[in-house]
Design a protein around this ligand. Structure first.
Ligand code: AMP
Ligand code: MG
Length: 366
């Protein structure tokens, strides 16, 4: 059953594969959900597939109600408007704030949710007009991004955690929320004992299990140079039990006086990141598989941050994290560069196939 027949170009598409036919007896449910400012596609399999798919939708809607910046009643909007007062937060928001703090530190400030006032000034928070802010305005707003939310502890023993922001400060979880939603959906799939599923949350994919014919899921990576064309992929990943998240400047942007401005902000400048990369995909496994880790959130935060960092810093980061094991979730990368290359880290080399029609040069990085 299709809830919403809305066709927008999904940033990552789950492609139909070739190979053995799909088991005709395996029940399947596919629903489209418009949430978090994007079109999502949830496909679950197995006897409980309809209930599981709608439980996934409920999870997304519940998170959106907490994290939206355009809904003035969301927890995030209320924290942003609290003017320095400490506010009790839900367990989800508390986890996200701690994860964001960790990713900010691990990425050397490339990922920073306190960049929200700058995101709003450009018009990327939703609700405002797109515009190019003056340098003076950006300098003032960057000052506000220096500090993040501060943990204030519960009001009384056993109470909810409280956080505060300084006056004028704000947070934006747009670079992290969909990945966290994918982590929570993994928990739902396990609870409903779904044997396989593919979940595409606007650039955030969870390839759970494999296809009914036993082959891996095929996940296309959008060619940033051919965004308007249907099925124009830079390459295809073959994945089982993995999260794959792509960030790219082509996903949201506006043009003014012949220049293009996109939605991923370099916290060092306040301007859209101009790092020589056109897209970054981060791929990780399911972690412990028991829902205790957050590999989806990690992929989401890191895809945004590595897009800001650029190729050299991104690969150094990957080498360091792979060697020392960041949060215990190893990951791999597909980087697409402005100068026409696709660089894939070695762990993905046998799972990635370049699409020759994109005209990219292909490199495996170690
Ligand atoms: P993504 O699509 O996951 O790369 O996230 C991009 C979104 O994250 C933007 O639309 C902003 O809401 C927010 N954002 C932009 N720049 C940053 C940044 N440097 N760190 C954290 N979040 C950001
Ligand atoms: Mg992200």
């Amino acid at each position: 059953m299709r809830r919403l027949a809305i066709y927008v170009s999904l940033l990552l598409l789950l492609l139909p594969g070739c190979g053995a036919p799909v088991d005709p007896d395996e029940a399947q449910e596919s629903i489209q959900v418009l949430a978090m400012d994007t079109a999502m596609l949830i496909t679950t399999y197995g006897e409980r597939s309809p209930a599981a798919a709608y439980a996934c939708e409920d999870t997304i809607r519940d998170l959106e109600a907490k994290l939206s910046r355009t809904d003035p009643d969301s927890e995030v909007s209320r924290l942003n408007a609290a003017g320095g007062e400490a506010m009790e937060v839900s367990e989800d928001l508390g986890i996200l704030l701690e994860l964001a703090k960790y990713y900010r530190r691990s990425t050397g400030d490339a990922f920073n949710i306190a960049i929200a006032p700058v995101v709003s000034a450009w018009g990327f928070a939703g609700g405002e007009e797109y515009r190019v802010p003056s340098q003076e305005e950006l300098d003032g707003l960057l000052e506000l991004a220096q500090d993040g939310p501060i943990y204030q502890g519960p009001q009384s023993h056993g109470g909810a955690a409280r956080y505060s922001l300084g006056p004028g400060q704000a947070i934006d979880l747009g670079g992290l929320a969909k990945g966290y939603a994918a982590d929570k959906i993994l928990g739902v799939l396990q609870e409903y004992e779904v044997p396989r599923a593919n979940i595409s949350l606007g650039g955030n994919v969870l390839a759970y299990g494999g296809r009914p014919d036993g082959a891996p899921w095929r996940v296309g990576i959008q060619d940033p140079a051919r965004v308007g064309e249907p099925n124009a992929f830079a390459g295809v990943l073959e994945l089982t039990d993995s999260f794959a998240v792509t960030s790219g400047g082509y996903q949201r942007y506006f043009e003014e006086n012949g220049k293009t401005y996109h939605h991923i902000i370099d916290p060092a400048t306040g301007y859209p990141a101009d790092s020589g990369l056109t897209s970054v995909t981060v791929v990780a496994g399911l972690g412990e598989g028991d829902g205790s880790g957050f590999p989806g959130a990690m992929c989401d935060a890191y895809s945004t941050a590595l897009f800001v960092m650029g190729e050299e810093r991104a690969l150094d980061f990957w080498r360091d994290e792979t060697m020392w094991g960041g949060q215990g979730c190893p990951f791999d990368l597909v980087l697409i560069t402005e100068d026409g290359r696709v660089a894939v880290t070695e762990g993905l080399a046998d799972r990635f196939t370049l699409d020759e029609s994109g005209g990219y040069a292909y490199e495996v990085v170690s």
